[in-house]
Design a protein around this ligand. Structure first.
Ligand SMILES: NC(=O)C1=CN([C@@H]2O[C@H](COP(=O)(O)OP(=O)(O)OC[C@H]3O[C@@H](n4cnc5c(N)ncnc54)[C@H](OP(=O)(O)O)[C@@H]3O)[C@@H](O)[C@H]2O)C=CC1
Ligand SMILES: O=C(O)C1=N[C@H](C(=O)O)C[C@H](O)C1
Length: 257
């Protein structure tokens, strides 16, 4: 069996470090290159290319896995457009320009973009879509909780869940999303979908989508208890993506949900 050479972008980060560890125990895949801005604060096999040159980084790998920051992801996409390689993108908080770049890249190479690499959240999105359509008249509210170091808010996962909820009711999320409530704001409107973010401690990731009506409510909740859920999910996605045609793929495609 040939070994898929993996390049890790965001290697010094919380998820990047786990990708490097998990790759040691992943059959059919091996670490070949890491991109670093400065130096790594941990030892790495000398056969791995450690570089701050994006072109060499991409060239040394069969697939690239990215967990970084939006501006870093943007630079990666720009370089990948010149040297196409299958890309697994886990970075959240991408702006419209960066999302367009991602779509442009997917015309040249297979790109899997997932705001959450877990199986549980992939299923949760399906359940939220179904519940949103079935529970007509129920108010939808989303709450996410993450560790104190997280920079973007609300989480990418919460926004994807909100999209699933809005799609279930044929609503345009941009028109119905509420991102904060403070002061004399008046009564809740029928279609609004609130997405609220809490930050603290070392919470890996918790998302609750509530459907509230008079006399009853349902809350669908997912809690990630280990960040390895994301690194392992991204490696599974990378293996799946490695022989795909150019296109934009989701985690549901990979998991056949
Ligand atoms: N899709 C999913 O399942 C998940 C997504 N995420 C998302 O992944 C991203 C990373 O999360 P996390 O690992 O916690 O973040 P960290 O802050 O721990 O890591 C960020 C990484 O990006 C690198 N980086 C930052 N800026 C640049 C730049 N300009 N050029 C190159 N590299 C850069 C950092 O390198 P340096 O050390 O040099 O600063 C670091 O290696 C976030 O967007 C997060 O929301 C997180 C978990 C799961
Ligand atoms: O930054 C994190 O930690 C996480 N980010 C992702 C997001 O923004 O949804 C996924 C996960 O919840 C952890």
């Amino acid at each position: 069996m040939t070994t898929i050479k993996v390049g890790v972008f965001g290697a010094s980060g919380r998820v990047g470090k786990l990708l490097i560890e998990d790759l040691k125990n992943t059959q059919g895949m091996g670490l070949s290159s890491v991109y670093v801005r400065n130096s790594l604060d941990f030892a790495i096999d000398p056969s791995v290319l450690v570089t701050s040159d994006m072109h060499s980084f991409i060239g040394a790998s069969d697939i690239i896995i990215d967990f970084s920051l939006p501006e870093a992801c943007e630079a990666l996409l720009e370089e990948a457009i010149k040297t196409p390689k299958p890309l697994v993108i886990g970075t959240t908080g991408l702006n419209t320009h960066q999302l367009n770049l991602l779509k442009q890249a997917s015309e040249l190479m297979p790109v899997l973009y997932a705001t959450n690499m877990s199986l549980g959240v992939a299923l949760l999105n399906k359940l939220v879509h179904q519940a949103s359509a079935a529970l007509e008249g129920f108010d939808i509210e989303i709450v996410e909780m993450h560790h104190r170091h997280k920079k973007d808010a609300p989480s990418g996962t919460a926004l994807t869940l909100a999209e699933s909820a809005a799609n279930g009711r044929n609503l345009d999320l941009d028109k119905v999303r509420v991102s904060g409530r403070d002061g004399n704001i008046g009564e809740r409107t029928k279609d609004e979908i609130a997405v609220m973010a809490l930050r603290g401690g070392d919470i890996v990731g918790r998302h609750t989508v509530g459907f509230y009506n008079d006399g009853e409510f349902i809350e669908l909740n997912h809690t990630a208890t280990s960040r390895n859920t994301f690194s392992k999910g991204a490696l599974r996605a990378g293996k799946w993506l490695s022989d795909k045609e150019p296109g934009l793929y989701s985690i549901s495609d990979c998991l056949e949900l």
